[in-house]
Design a binder for this molecule. Structure first.
Ligand code: SAH
Ligand code: SF4
Length: 374
């Protein structure tokens, strides 16, 4: 997809106000695609190659500010400090678990909102779980983020800043960031334009260069946006949070199902598979006495039969104030066994046993889903 062209700016301050998702928040460096940065540098009266240099400093060297870009002339740095500021998120604190292999960062936005990002180090990859909204409007019955309602969408730059922060954390540990999952707070397909802008920025080969196949978009099932995603030129991984095989149950657990029921969702997923040739993942948070019976397992197998897909069974991570529980291990294995016997590839994703401060509860609750996707 082509990046939207920036209108001509009369001054650096005017340039900073252009293409702002909300009128009050200027687009910073992390909000811009490389062609947009080139345009902005040009508008400021400097040669476009300076944009590529800045891009390299920001995303290859992971420079924290313009002052840390020694081969960029001071005049360019000063102008960009106004026209494309680098400040986006303040890290409030960082917590580690799993022998240092799981690193969570709590960030504060410029307007005082709090959000979380998790970096997970595995032997073969390093995955960051990105938040795309503060809260979420979908309100799934078992999800801590859903309890909050939606405070606001995050801008692309606020998502990019999470990835840059995680890339720094990885580098400090001698590792490179390899994968991105959109499984933090929020519903990415209800913040579609900023999510796609974010993906184009982190995908750029001159910068962070995260391949499309290493980026997973997880959705509760926003059908028109799944259709839109299928038409994008990028071959992203799609994870659909199904959680139930029939409308009565799914509408209780995932309220958006009332607007986009299972038949419409499956038709949209089929379109995605046909268009992209990609295998789709179905996330299934298993809850005792809710969606874990043998009958439901058979119904799920019948629903998914014949589709290029994989089921990730995620034993629920209970949320303190919610009544849902995780089934016992035998129940979990039985459910998985029924799917497999019916020819549906299914993996049970057990928790890594996160044990970090309770304030990180929202992402703690999702850790298995994140692991399954990357
Ligand atoms: N809004 C998107 C992406 C963020 S949620 C979505 O719903 O897909 C990422 C995953 O975590 C989803 O599959 C979601 O259903 C799951 N999840 C949420 N709360 C959970 C919990 N308490 N236990 C296990 N998985 C949970
Ligand atoms: Fe929103 Fe996803 Fe949580 Fe549902 S599971 S409330 S869609 S973040």
């Amino acid at each position: 997809m082509d990046a939207p062209a920036l209108p001509a700016a009369k001054s650096p301050a005017a340039a900073a106000r252009i293409a702002t998702p909300r009128a009050s928040r200027p687009r910073g460096l992390y909000d811009l695609t490389l062609p947009e940065l080139e345009a902005r540098v040009g508008e400021l009266g400097f040669p476009a190659y300076r944009a590529r240099q800045v891009w390299g400093w920001a995303y290859r060297q992971l420079a924290r500010d313009y002052a840390a870009m020694p081969n960029i002339p001071a005049a360019v740095r000063d102008a960009l400090t106004v026209a494309a500021p680098m400040t986006t998120l303040d890290p409030v604190r960082t917590l580690t678990a799993d022998d240092g292999e799981t690193i969570k960062t709590l960030y504060r936005t410029a307007d005082g909102q709090l959000l979380e990002t998790v970096l997970m180090l595995y032997p073969d990859r390093a995955t960051v779980c990105v938040s795309c909204q503060v809260g979420c409007a979908v309100g799934c019955a078992f999800c801590a983020t859903g309890l909050m309602g939606l405070a606001r969408n995050l801008g692309a730059g606020e998502m990019v800043a999470q990835v840059v922060g995680a890339a720094r954390e990885a580098r400090e540990r001698g590792r490179a960031l390899t994968n991105i999952v959109m499984m933090g707070m929020g519903e990415p397909l209800q913040n579609y334009a900023e999510t796609m802008r974010f993906i184009r920025i982190v995908h750029d080969p001159a910068g962070l260069d995260v391949g499309a196949r290493r980026i997973t978009v997880s959705t509760s099932g926003i059908v028109p946006k799944i259709d839109a995603l299928a038409a994008e030129p990028l071959q992203l991984n799609l994870a659909v949070s199904l959680h139930a095989p029939n409308d009565a149950l799914r509408s209780e657990l995932v309220p958006i199902n009332r607007r986009y029921p299972i038949a419409a969702l499956m038709a949209s997923v089929d379109g995605y598979i046909k268009e992209t040739g990609r295998r789709v993942s179905f996330e299934y948070a298993l809850m005792r006495g809710i969606n874990d019976s043998d009958e439901v397992a058979h119904e799920l197998a019948a629903l998914l039969r014949g589709r290029l897909c994989h089921v990730n069974i995620i034993p629920l991570n209970p949320v303190d104030v919610l009544p849902y529980e995780r089934p016992d291990p035998e129940g979990i294995e039985r459910f998985a066994g029924i799917l497999r016997a019916a020819g549906i590839p299914a993996t049970v994703r057990y928790s890594r046993g996160l044990d970090i401060d309770a304030a990180c509860g929202q992402l703690r609750a999702k850790e298995e889903a994140i692991r399954a996707a990357s």
